[in-house]
Ligand binder design. Structure first.
Ligand SMILES: C[C@](O)(CO)[C@H](O)COP(=O)(O)OP(=O)(O)OC[C@H]1O[C@@H](n2ccc(N)nc2=O)[C@H](O)[C@@H]1O
Ligand SMILES: Nc1ncnc2c1ncn2[C@@H]1O[C@H](COP(=O)(O)OP(=O)(O)OP(=O)(O)O)[C@@H](O)[C@H]1O
Length: 289
């Protein structure tokens, strides 16, 4: 038996950090949405007790470090699954980019293996398990658009954002999320207006969504990597309606309402960046597989 599962990337429309917690994680308030840039996982049932990761991308580990492998092992151990699986990952999402590529692969593995192994778990149950793998995995289990709180694992679904283009540009560098959180100094940072962003999404108000794009982690990553700030400037210059870094970076995204504007930003950035994409937001949950 064989299953194909889609693992879409996410962007953070806003990302606030409230404080550092006693467990070392940070309390966050983030609005995330999935976009139409996705890895594809092919899952094949193995009768023997083995998880095999196959990926032809040299930046993706094919052993216990792979988050999809960790997802499979978590299900096997928790539910005494005796069967195994081959997990082939066709990588489209840039790695270590702030787009939750690994987390989304883990979430897709949870959803797919739940079916392959007939475990009968609900999305809510999979999301709780996902939090054991990483803070972004719970969101990725549902997809769509959501407010994420706690360390990122508490999910409240939101409406889909206004329809627009998302142009993504990733510079050649990779960024360590742990490093960015470690270097974050909350003194004097400008916090996003999360409630105002939720309102803007609920009212389908594109201008207000643009106005409230904000990410406190930019304060760290832009200082460490000035090329990220340069890409932001270029995107604005080419006419994006609003521009923000996603997650801990280094990917920058710009929003554009009109096709002509999207083409201008996309073509303008292609000369400067390693990887550039123009995609739609997926918006709604349950549209993943
Ligand atoms: C930057 C974001 O991607 C935004 O969506 C997330 O906040 C990070 O999510 P993630 O990559 O799934 O993070 P995890 O794998 O759980 O954690 C990686 C490291 O980031 C730091 N971390 C992560 C999440 C959080 N709320 N506070 C933290 O301080 C911790 O040092 C942790 O060891
Ligand atoms: N399935 C996977 N795909 C990509 N990277 C993976 C995967 N599993 C583990 N990794 C490891 O995780 C590291 C971070 O990669 P990932 O693409 O998930 O980062 P990210 O997009 O910044 O994540 P986030 O936005 O959740 O912080 C990589 O350097 C890689 O070694």
């Amino acid at each position: 038996m064989k299953l194909l599962v889609k693992a879409p990337a996410k962007i953070n429309l806003s990302l606030d950090v409230l404080h550092k917690r006693d467990d070392g994680y940070h309390e966050v308030e983030m609005i995330m949405t999935t976009i139409d840039l996705a890895d594809r996982l092919e899952l094949t049932l193995l009768e023997k007790d083995e998880i095999r990761i196959i990926s032809h991308n040299r930046f993706v580990p094919d052993d216990h470090r792979n988050l999809a492998y960790q997802a499979a092992m978590l299900l096997k151990e928790r539910f005494q699954v005796k069967q195994g699986a081959n997990i082939t990952i066709e990588k489209m999402i840039p790695v270590a980019a702030g787009l939750a590529g690994g987390s989304s692969d883990a979430a897709a593995a949870l959803r797919g293996l739940n079916k392959l192994w007939n475990l009968g778990l609900s999305l809510d149950e999979l999301a709780v398990l996902g939090a054991e793998i990483g803070s972004d995995v719970s969101f990725c289990v549902y997809g769509g658009t959501a407010l994420a709180t706690g360390r990122g694992e508490m999910i409240r679904q939101l409406e889909a954002p206004p329809t627009c283009w998302v142009i993504l540009a990733k510079p050649f560098i990779g960024v360590s999320t742990a490093d960015v959180y470690r270097k974050l100094d909350l003194d004097g940072v400008k916090h996003p207006q999360t409630e105002a962003m939720i309102h803007a999404i609920e009212n389908d108000d594109y201008e207000k969504v643009c106005q409230h794009l904000e990410n406190v982690l930019e304060t760290v990553t832009l200082k460490m990597h000035p090329e990220v700030a340069q890409i932001k400037d270029q995107m604005k210059r080419f006419g994006a309606d609003a521009v923000l870094m996603s997650g801990s970076g280094p990917t920058v995204f710009g929003l554009a309402h009109h096709d002509s504007r999207m083409h201008r930003v996309y073509n303008g950035l292609r000369g400067f960046c390693d990887q550039v994409f123009a995609v739609r937001m997926l918006g709604e949950r349950h549209t993943l597989d």
